[in-house]
Design a protein around this ligand. Structure first.
Ligand code: HEM
Length: 178
């Protein structure tokens, strides 16, 4: 394990997370009270940035699983993949998913879009994407415990699912066909 990973104690990590949450809550509260003009466009820009980060991780993580399958449990390469997968998940994918959902729901509420058909269809695809995310969390845990039982072929196939869902979601969000 990398040395820098072990330096922060659990208490410090919790403190850092609590501080980040408090700052985020303060910014959200200030924006709700202040409601500056152009807020919707800013929220949408942040939403798209969060989406790009989430998707970058969701497209890269299954590629790591494909390469991880080729390594021997306990080998140096395997241990390196474990660190890469865990960090990608906890530092990028998980926070980006939370930000995407939070900002997306804020946009829905702000624009009163709940009745829009394209949004309801988008919801279904985003829920499917979130379920795939949950499955990837399980895969990272399995690899982390040297308990992976799935084949490389399986990961090559599942690798295509986030791409297919992303194409559908973006078309619904931008074209709004119904
Ligand atoms: C997590 C739940 C999500 C919700 C509740 C949500 C909701 C929304 C809303 C309300 C808008 C503004 C639409 C408008 O003003 O025209 C929007 C924009 C957008 N969303 Fe999402 N979204 C979510 C996730 C995603 C995901 C996962 C993607 C892509 C993979 C995505 C891609 C986009 C794009 C590209 C836009 C910009 C559309 C445009 O301005 O033309 N969203 N989203």
């Amino acid at each position: 394990m990398n040395r820098s990973e072990g330096t922060a104690t659990p208490a410090r990590r919790w403190l850092g997370a609590a501080l980040a949450l408090a700052i985020a809550a303060a910014i959200v509260g200030a924006l709700i009270v202040w409601r500056p003009s152009g807020l919707y466009a800013w929220l949408k820009a942040l939403h798209v940035i969060a989406v790009i980060s989430w998707m970058a991780g969701m497209l890269y993580l299954p590629r790591l699983f494909v390469y991880h399958c080729e390594t021997e449990a306990g080998s140096r390469q395997s241990e390196t993949f474990k660190v890469m997968e865990r960090r990608l998940l906890t530092v990028i994918i998980n926070p980006a998913m939370v930000a995407t959902w939070a900002l997306g729901l804020w946009l829905v509420w702000d624009a009163g879009l709940l009745g829009a058909r394209w949004l309801q269809a988008k919801f279904v695809l985003v829920l499917a994407l979130s379920a795939v995310h949950g499955f990837f969390v399980r895969c990272v845990r399995d690899f982390g415990a040297d308990q992976n039982r799935r084949s490389q072929k399986f990961y090559r196939l599942i690798n295509e699912v986030p791409t297919a869902l992303m194409i559908g979601i973006v078309i619904l969000a931008v074209v709004k066909p119904f």
